[in-house]
Design a binder for this molecule. Structure first.
Ligand SMILES: C[S@@+](CC[C@H](N)C(=O)[O-])C[C@H]1O[C@@H](n2cnc3c(N)ncnc32)[C@H](O)[C@@H]1O
Length: 373
């Protein structure tokens, strides 16, 4: 059956990559653009993908908006998380249908809407923001993306949640998250699969986030600067998170045209860094495990080059608050110094081998030589 546009259907009026308009169709409404005027009523009954001509004889395509289109067109009250990061966050944290997601810093609701669409129909996003002004904008964007059923917004400063009592922010052994939930009835969410943090000082909310996460649950923090990454990484170790990994994603558009393909001049520059980690239970016997856990939290993948100092995890262990636990003490086994190794070089080519686990570069298909005339 043909996919026809009706009253209230959302349509992306597409002229070119930089000129497109997203809105619901309202009989009688008119869209004024620099390429002419379009009557909404003319779109009704047309199939998605068909064309409409303006009074200046320019045509636009009537496209069904994707979540990418909603993200790029959403009303900004704050900085938002862009599609290039959205997809990676979902993949790295293993976000899927049916999961319970905790979000600190709803902002404009970009990340909220995207993730809600992934966890639907049985999953849910519980999102917190201190600022009602941004929450209003977020609600609008979430409604527009059609996922409000899967989102609960709370107007709350996460830092105000009481996590005193248990220094570890959960049960003191490697027990299940249900016991930690029982120990913290005041928290609005428990047993979350994934926590997403997008606030200026993510390290300040880690104790609260930890309490609301299940064991081994993933946390992703959005950090626009490297200073934030450094501070956060140290704090993640102090709060017993492991598998800590910081990333930057770079997206490059290509103008692919016969005989003159090149990189695009347009593109998104720096958006943000991302920091990923997983909730763990560090050994309580610090002499045996404590500093070891901290060192391994930020894995250098054995790629520490000569001349590098201690690993960031070791540095974090050294600055950790010793009143919390004694896990910041040097490990009797390792002495807390980062292991040093030289990345092996091929004797033949002099090139260094890619780090363990790195995606090998794709082999380029052999170029076809033009036939001699
Ligand atoms: C950069 S915005 C988040 C943008 C959002 N990720 C998006 O994609 O649209 C940061 C938000 O965090 C909120 N915020 C800052 N500190 C907070 C706290 N302690 N608890 C809850 N929300 C907080 C701010 O009010 C702001 O709306």
């Amino acid at each position: 059956m043909a996919d026809k546009i009706k009253q209230n259907s959302h349509v992306l009026f597409y002229y070119n990559r930089s000129k497109k308009w997203l809105m619901p169709i309202t009989r009688g409404d008119v869209l004024h653009t620099h390429i002419g005027v379009l009557n909404h009523s003319d779109a009704i009954g047309k199939e998605y993908g068909s064309r409409l001509t303006t009074n200046k004889s320019k045509y636009v395509y009537l496209l069904r908006p994707t979540l990418y289109d909603y993200t790029m067109k959403l009303q900004h009250g704050t900085q938002i998380v862009y599609p290039k990061e959205l997809g990676y966050i979902v993949a790295r944290a293993g976000i899927g249908s049916g999961q319970k997601i905790l979000e600190v810093g709803t902002g404009s609701g970009s990340l909220t809407s995207f993730v809600a669409n992934v966890v639907r129909p049985r999953g849910h996003v519980y999102s917190f923001d201190v600022d009602p002004k941004f929450m209003k904008i977020a609600q609008k964007n979430i409604d527009r993306a059609g996922v409000s059923k899967y989102v609960t917004l709370h107007n709350l400063d996460i830092k105000e949640l009481d996590v005193t009592g248990d220094a570890h922010g959960d049960s003191s052994s490697s027990s299940s998250s249900s016991s930690s939930a029982a120990a913290a009835p005041e928290l609005p969410v428990s047993g979350a699969d994934v926590a997403l943090i997008d606030v200026g000082d993510p390290w300040e909310v880690l104790p609260q986030v930890r309490r609301m996460l299940r064991g081994s649950g993933c946390v992703f923090a959005v950090c626009p600067t490297m200073n934030q990454l450094e501070k956060l990484s140290a704090s993640l170790v102090e709060n017993e998170f492991t598998d800590i990994e910081s990333t930057e994603l770079i997206l490059r558009n290509i103008e692919a045209r016969q005989g003159k393909t090149r990189h695009s001049f347009q593109g998104i520059g720096h958006t943000t860094y991302l920091c990923f980690a997983r909730k763990a239970y560090f050994g309580r016997d610090a002499a045996v495990h404590g500093a070891d856990d901290a060192e391994r939290a930020i894995d250098d993948g054995g790629d520490v080059r000569e001349g590098d100092g201690d690993s960031p995890a070791a540095a974090a262990a050294a600055t950790a608050d010793t009143t919390d636990t004694v896990r910041a003490k040097p490990s009797a086994k390792t002495g807390r110094t980062a292991k040093k190794s030289v990345t092996p070089r091929s004797a033949k080519t002099g090139r260094t081998a890619p780090p363990k686990g790195a995606t090998p570069p794709r082999k380029a298909a052999p170029a076809k030589r033009p036939k001699a005339a």
